[in-house]
Design a protein around this ligand. Structure first.
Ligand code: FEO
Ligand code: CA
Ligand code: CA
Length: 749
């Protein structure tokens, strides 16, 4: 989620969340410089785009475009030269032409490709549940057996041909585990949310709780096309109410004790599940992002809460009064009351004062066991988890996971297991998770100006933490539950909203999207307002129509190379792979020289295909949407250090500030190319691929989310009708993308 205009109190909008007031330093030389202001204001693409794409619409909502050939056929033939010189081996070539930016209410894909909707909001996952009516009237409890809303991160888990067992190479039949991050409550209910911010109707809350969480579905190729297998016994929904085990160092601690689990060993539900990961042992990791906004503290007396509790509430943005979706108001049962974290009873065992401590984790789910209980892995820390991605494993070495905390000015983390990898654990499921994820060391990243970096341990042995004046860290659980505060104490680098990360299968380098940060300034830094630094080097102005946007408006992608190519190393090198920007932006903003074929804003999802090696980049943008809807691009990046140091000439409000950073070699049209553009008001997020690289699954989240509740009676005012078209309400959905000739996606291998 990235929209800035979602002001309903029922929203848990992450974009305006920024709770890091710690004094962690920025570093940089400050020199006089000026940025060249862009002089061209841009409007929408309008009729030209509609004409360009109008003739090849598929079902009105899935649109193919392009020149009708692969880039190979479109590439110029080299002219013969009288004295040929040796040339390097040809680089890999994309097998599609770039898709043009557009603001159509359609999914636009390259010529030679096809897309079909697989799994949309409300679709039944069994044969007993009725088809989705999509008018807001569907029964609340039926969402235990329907697709949730706001499809987000997902992973594919292969099955054998019979569907009876895990097969990591299964490309004809498999499971998809996916997140349902949030809801568009305008369309989920008949007439939007009733009494947002007030006393909520139970039926609406029951539906909202169930429209969140995770879906596990079996998909199977039938007549050459992937379909949902509604009869599959693997299918399940995990919602904001599903029982969970609390694992790791915080299990059984006082932090976790509630009226539901007086021993502090269990919790219920998962919310705001953003991105994901998988594991070398065949499980799914779902990550709780903006969970804090789901809670209220109604009637709580701060004088009755400890200083540590209040510091934790503040640092995580847990509200101090009634807030969020007000699920707590829907009834007297504890499934509702638990969303209010007031200390209302005689002790923690008598109320839900600690309920928020049971959220903010990486949650492990065994997709192959529909009856298994998910486990919250507290040793991977508590923050606005975006994703958790493992480094390639080696026998006898620790297992390492990389993670980002997506809020403004938050940090990048990694977890290094204590247990070393035993290949016999592949496929052992949650038991292997217990072994590798419940004991280890959590680190947070510090980026130095010279292109080096340090992983700072979040341990009691780190005296910056054990001796921290701002919070008393006495146990490992203290660190696991108050991870952000421990990272403040350690001296981590505040980043421009770390979103997804992914590991390059070719060299183990790790790519992290830093989606944007409106809090970067060139003067007057204080509190959450920061000067740019080497790793977050841009602060500039960009116009969206007549609205001026400031800060790191368009985001960038940073990458790291661990010392000695060892994922467990405590130091690394870094550079910026690409600076997102509008192609027409001045050179001081468009630092990577992006063109109309590959310019983008607010990179968010990022994922390397293990088969093709393509780095897929997905956007969740609100800054460039006057020109183009959100998109997905294919990249063939180089490596850390293939560029060099550059000076960035920033300027905000007429104040210049030059910053030196490390930038990779610029991409070009052969190494970065737009693959698709989504429908109106959507975010492109979530990607998975069959192991053979021939089927790509992509999630389209919240098309039409800017539709006003007041306009629900007039479908002509919906901002999107995707995917059904006509007068339909829009729906988040998973699409299946294939190449018409049956080839691999993106690159012909
Ligand atoms: Fe749910 Fe940070 O995106
Ligand atoms: Ca703009
Ligand atoms: Ca995201």
């Amino acid at each position: 989620m990235n929209k800035q205009n979602n002001t309903q109190i029922t929203s848990a909008d992450p974009d305006d969340i920024g709770n890091n007031q710690s004094g962690n330093a920025s570093f940089d030389s400050v020199l006089e410089a000026r940025i060249s202001r862009r002089s061209i204001l841009r409007g929408g693409l309008g009729g030209a785009a509609a004409m360009m794409f109008g003739g090849v619409a598929l079902g009105g909502a899935l649109t193919a475009c392009g020149g009708g050939g692969s880039s190979d056929s479109a590439a110029p033939t080299p002219a013969p030269t009288p004295a040929p010189t040796p040339t390097p081996a040809p680089a890999a070539r994309f097998n599609f032409n770039p898709v043009a930016k557009n603001v159509l209410d359609a999914l636009t894909i390259p010529a030679g490709y096809s897309a079909a909707v697989l799994f949309a909001l409300g679709d039944p996952i069994n044969n007993a549940t009725a088809a989705y009516k999509n008018d807001g009237s569907d029964d609340a409890l039926s969402f235990d057996f329907r697709a949730g809303d706001h499809h987000d991160g997902m992973n594919y888990f292969g099955l054998n041909a019979a569907g009876t067992a895990r097969d990591p190479n299964g490309s004809e039949r498999g499971l998809i585990a996916m997140n349902h991050e949030h809801i568009t409550d305008a369309f989920l209910h008949v007439a939007g949310a009733t009494a947002p911010g007030g006393i909520r109707p139970q039926a609406e809350v029951d539906k909202e709780i169930r429209a969140h969480g995770v879906a596990v579905i079996e998909v199977q190729k039938t007549a050459g096309k992937f379909q949902l297998n509604r009869g599959s016994s693997y299918n399940r929904r995990i919602t904001a109410q599903t029982p969970m085990e609390l694992n790791g160092p915080a299990r059984g601690s006082d932090y976790m004790k509630t009226a539901y689990s007086t021993a502090g060993t269990q919790g219920r539900g998962t919310v705001n599940n953003c991105a994901t990961g998988d594991t070398p042992w065949g499980t799914f990791l779902t990550c709780e992002e903006n969970w804090a906004g789901y809670f209220s503290r109604t009637g709580d007396v701060s004088a009755n809460r400890s200083a540590a509790e209040l510091a934790s509430f503040t640092r995580y943005g847990v509200p101090s009064a009634a807030s969020g979706k007000r699920w707590d108001t829907a009834g007297a049962a504890d499934v509702y009351k638990r969303w209010n974290v007031a200390a209302s009873g005689a002790s923690a065992a008598a109320d839900f004062r600690n309920e928020a401590n049971t959220f903010g984790y990486v949650v492990e789910i065994d997709p192959y066991s529909a009856s298994s209980t998910p486990r919250k892995r507290t040793h991977l820390g508590r923050f606005a988890h975006e994703c958790a991605v493992y480094a390639p494993v080696a026998a006898g070495k620790p297992v390492v996971f990389y993670m980002g905390d997506d809020s403004r000015n938050e940090y990048i983390y990694k977890y290094v297991s204590k247990a070393v990898w035993d290949p016999a654990d592949a496929g052992r499921g949650l038991a292997a998770g217990d072994k590798y994820l419940d004991e280890g060391t959590l680190y947070v990243a510090k980026f130095n100006a010279d292109g080096s970096g340090t992983w700072l341990p979040l341990t009691l042995a780190n005296t910056a933490i054990s001796g921290y004046a701002g919070f008393s860290f006495k146990t490992v659980a203290d660190i696991c539950v108050n991870t952000r505060i421990a990272a403040d104490a350690a001296g981590a680098t505040k980043m421009d909203r770390p979103e997804w990360c992914s590991v390059n299968p070719k060299n183990g380098e790790v790519y992290y999207t830093l989606t944007n940060n409106s809090n970067r300034v060139t003067t007057g830094a204080s509190g959450s307002k920061l000067l740019p630094d080497a790793a977050n080097p841009r602060a500039y102005e960009d116009m969206k129509g007549s609205t001026k946007q400031t800060g790191n408006v368009n985001g960038h992608i940073i990458r790291t190379a661990e010392a000695g190519a060892d994922p467990a190393a405590t130091s690394f090198k870094w550079d910026v792979y690409v600076f997102a920007a509008e192609a027409k932006a001045g050179a001081a903003v468009n630092l990577s020289s992006l063109t109309d074929d590959n310019d983008m804003s607010s990179p968010d999802g990022i994922w390397f295909s293990p088969k093709s090696g393509i780095l897929w980049i997905q956007t969740d943008d609100g800054a460039y949407t006057d020109t183009t809807n959100c998109m997905m691009l294919a990249a063939l990046p180089g490596k850390v250090g293939d560029g060099g140091a550059i000076k960035v000439a920033n300027s905000v409000g007429g104040t210049a500030l030059e910053v030196t950073t490390q930038k990779g070699k610029n991409p070009d049209g052969e190494t970065l190319r737009r693959f698709l553009v989504g429908p109106k008001d959507c975010e492109i997020t979530g990607i998975a691929e069959t192991p053979d690289g021939k089927t790509l699954f992509v999630n389209i989240q919240h098309p039409g989310e800017d539709t006003k509740v007041a306009d629900l009676g007039d479908p002509s005012k919906f901002t999107s009708h995707w995917p059904a078209g006509g007068t339909a309400r829009p729906r988040s959905a998973t699409v299946v993308i294939t190449k018409d000739d049956g080839g691999t996606i993106g690159l012909t291998l």
